[in-house]
Design a binder for this molecule. Structure first.
Ligand SMILES: Nc1nc2c(ncn2[C@@H]2O[C@H](COP(=O)(O)OP(=O)(O)O)[C@@H](O)[C@H]2O)c(=O)[nH]1
Ligand SMILES: [Mg+2]
Length: 184
């Protein structure tokens, strides 16, 4: 194997957030490899109305940021009945992006619970992605910041369109800046 490739520093990032926030999409958009996903047919009726497939274990994708660094993206399942996976996937993560569907305030409470979970279990740098900013009725990041009660915490809330590569890249770079601040 190419020595340079072998020596690339692997940075593990978690992509979390409620059901249908856009986690699988986010990883699909940016991954250089065909992302591994574990989507299955949605069974719960209320979830089926939102989409037909859901992530049951994880999504996985990879992106090279420069000659020395590779990001490994692990998407968590959204529903809390799968939260045992959060614990497994959280191990060794250097940062977390919590995606929120900006058009669906009903999910904000769950987003806040996910943030609480990772703050207590895996206190690493976090960025909240206010996703689906391309859709009408999307709450702006500042409003989501207040709704999630993040005003006093040092967690950036950035606008995201998970279907747009540049937007996904920007969110990841914001998180990397937070990671560098923390770990140098
Ligand atoms: N318009 C729009 N649709 C999005 C965006 N991100 C995700 N979606 C759609 O929202 C739905 C849920 O996304 P998905 O990635 O499956 O959510 P997950 O449950 O968090 O993995 C899918 O139909 C996506 O195509 C976005 O930024 N804009
Ligand atoms: Mg998914």
């Amino acid at each position: 194997m190419d020595k340079k490739l072998k020596n690339k520093k692997k940075i593990k990032i978690l992509i979390s957030g409620p059901f249908a926030a856009g986690k699988t999409q986010f990883i699909k958009t940016i991954s250089e490899i065909e992302p591994l996903t574990t989507e299955r047919k949605t069974t719960a009726k209320n979830e089926k109305k939102v989409k037909n497939f859901t992530t049951v274990a994880m999504d996985f994708g990879k992106i090279t940021i420069d000659d020395e660094h590779e990001l490994y993206l692990f998407g968590t399942p959204g529903q809390s009945r799968f939260d045992f996976m959060w614990e497994i996937l959280g191990k060794g993560a250097l940062g977390i992006i919590v995606l929120v569907d900006s058009t669906n305030p009903e999910t904000f409470h769950e987003a806040r619970q996910i943030i609480n979970y990772f703050e207590s279990r895996y206190p690493v740098p976090m960025v909240v992605g206010a996703n689906k900013q391309d859709l009408p009725g999307a709450w702006p990041p500042e409003m989501i910041k207040s709704a999630l009660n993040l005003d006093v915490e040092d967690i950036p809330v950035v606008p995201v369109v998970a279907t747009d590569k540049e937007s996904v890249k920007k969110a990841l770079l914001t998180l990397l800046e937070e990671i560098y601040k923390e770990f140098g």
